[in-house]
Design a protein around this ligand. Structure first.
Ligand SMILES: [Zn+2]
Length: 90
């Protein structure tokens, strides 16, 4: 499991429609992502807006988008849309 827990403050927020579209795009682009999310996270509940975080990976310009709740709970499971393509807990 590549995730780690960070305490960073959110960078911005996005609408549910924007979040869902971005995650769908990432899942379509990355072969193993759907299975990874299914294994490590549970479905999100309903929210109008979701936080977005800056990716903490050095040199990665990506943003982290909510993809589910971590199976370990108390954290949002997020996916980087940048070059590192990692997942994190927030
Ligand atoms: Zn990244």
């Amino acid at each position: 499991m590549t995730s780690n827990v960070g305490q960073n403050y959110p960078y911005t927020s996005e609408s549910e429609a924007a979040r869902a579209a971005k995650i769908a795009e990432l899942v379509a682009a990355r072969e193993t992502l759907a299975a990874t999310i299914a294994a490590e996270a549970t479905a999100l509940d309903e929210n109008d807006r979701w936080w977005v975080w800056k990716c903490p990976t050095a040199g990665c310009p990506g943003l982290l988008h909510a993809a589910g709740y971590a199976a370990e709970r108390h954290a949002v499971y997020v996916v980087c849309d940048g070059t590192c393509a990692k997942t994190f807990l927030r």
